[in-house]
Design a protein around this ligand. Sequence first.
Ligand code: SF4
Length: 381
Amino acid sequence: MSDLHPVGRFPEEWTAALAALGEPKYRATQIFRWIHRRGELEAAKMTDLPLALRERLAQDGLTSPFEVVEVHRAKDGTRKLVLGMPSGGRIECVLIPMTPLSGDADLAAASDDDDEPGLVAPSERTRVTLCVSTQFGCAMGCVFCASGRAGLGRGLGADEIVSQVIIARRYLEPNEDLTNLVFMGMGEPLHHYDETARALRLLTHPEGTGMSPRRITVSTVGLVPGLKKLGADFAGKVGLAVSLHAPDDVTRDRIVPMNKRYPLNELIAALKSYPLPRRRRITIEYTLIDGVNDTDAHADRLVRVLSGLPVKVNLIPMNPVEGSGFQASPPERVDAFQARVAGYGYSCFVRARRGDEVSAACGQLALAPGLIELGRSRAPL
Ligand code: SF4
């Protein structure tokens, strides 16, 4: 009936698939709500559907694209879920509770929206951000990143991106609310734009998860054509984070190879044209690497490059990645860099290290060797 995985279908696509079974149109919305609003991926549990339809859905492939292989809990409450694909590949997503000490720009991104009614969790509850992967590995090759060093397996389908949200919701504590999503896990979300955009539309669909696009941040290394499409397709409502990591082409070419394709002047021009709503800011991510991009001169250049852009700067002391040959900047250098950028009037945060002991911190999501898979199976329904 359709070659789309059931989790990746919109209600209207369910309508088309169900018409062939002689089912009425409203069943499409029922099924969509079961999957996306209630997170149910077992057809047998969709109790308001006729038994014959439940059996048909199960038979035709309504299953989760992943099974949870491992759950790693860090002392700070961060949970890394390792998700296995039927063909043996593994990806990861990470639940990050926002504590008062988190102090990073993702929290700051949320606080930009605190005027938005109904979106702020009551104080006794804990807001949680989920970091999802969009690719199995990554082709961008950033030198300080475990995913980049492993290379690209394949892009994930929209169903696989959305399934991470459905599955991760099951691992929330009773006092936690999933309030924010960041597309910052394995992969470059704009490298396979269509699936990322489809996932964004599914996640913000009012009959499903219904997340506000303002609560979703897509992080890119700076793929200019994808950036332009994202801005146009979502009217700038989806939050944007840019992995800049260097203030000049010489330094950036060295640590972010994609800069050779889309150099800084092109990237900054694209950011200036991004249709950002009033009072929203772009998050600039800047991994501090000892002796590479962390001097006062780099800080000054960064400020000059960002001049005129509504941004906040998120400094990330490089997380240890085995075999990279790069080291994190020492804490006093991180502090000095932050003070220098903040001294020019910019919001500048140092991202708290979260989930270090489970390798769930930024740049540490990695493929286990030998787990690259290139194909995927599609459900027949
Ligand atoms: S930092 Fe992001 S874009 Fe760069 S290699 Fe890692 S996952 Fe890919």
